[in-house]
Design a protein around this ligand. Structure first.
Ligand SMILES: [Zn+2]
Length: 208
């Protein structure tokens, strides 16, 4: 079960997490989780370049370790990078110390003050530990979940969801993963074409 649009109640319950980016007139903050990997990440980079777009990639440390060349392509293209733990740990099921160590392991490869907890699940105690370990760390959530990971969702429906709910200043979550690719491959270029015609621009979360 998931919701495309993050409800305000959830935002109130977790004030230590960032659910909204800086307000902007006509911009969208695209984010991509779980890469970097061959084929899918370069596909995303190519689409972003076509729209002169900047985005934010929340990378899994293990993938950065396996695919340093793809990671370098993301950085060379001027996108922001963020930490997404080393092994994609689910915070609620993980001991605090283990969670911190996994974050720090990824931090050696992905030096960033942006962090997105895998599955959006992190304990308050873990959020606190991470912020103590890395000064200036921001835990970034999202406003719009594309649900591109849902293999029962058609690519067309995935596109409809993101277009229907996204408004200016929203953080939109996609995945540069093999599991999401069937939907991402269709929804991302079509959504960006639609938003561009509507006059939106695309920013990374590290831009002023
Ligand atoms: Zn993830």
């Amino acid at each position: 079960m998931y919701l495309v649009k993050t409800p305000w109640l959830l935002k109130k319950l977790y004030p230590q997490l960032t659910w909204d980016a800086k307000p902007c007139d006509k911009c969208i903050y695209l984010t991509f989780d779980d890469g970097p990997i061959p084929i899918v990440t370069p596909f995303v980079l190519n689409i972003l370049q076509q729209y002169n777009a900047k985005a934010t990639f929340f990378c899994i440390g293990d993938n950065v370790n396996k695919h340093p060349d793809v990671f370098q392509q993301v950085k060379d293209a001027g996108h922001a990078i963020g930490n997404h733990t080393y092994n994609h740990l689910k915070g609620w099921n993980t001991k605090d110390q283990t969670y911190l160590e996994n974050f720090m392991e990824a931090d050696k490869l992905i030096d960033s003050t942006l962090f997105r907890p895998p599955y959006g699940r992190v304990k308050r105690s873990q959020a606190k530990l991470l912020k103590e370990a890395k000064s200036g760390l921001k835990l970034i959530m999202w406003n719009i979940l594309s649900a591109d990971f849902d293999i029962n969702l058609s690519p067309e429906k995935c596109l409809d969801n993101v277009i229907k709910y996204t408004t200016a200043g929203d953080i939109v979550l996609f995945h540069d993963s093999l599991k999401a690719f069937d939907r991402l491959e269709y929804a991302l270029p079509n959504a960006m074409e639609y938003w561009s015609k509507e006059g939106f621009t695309f920013k990374s979360l590290s831009e002023p």
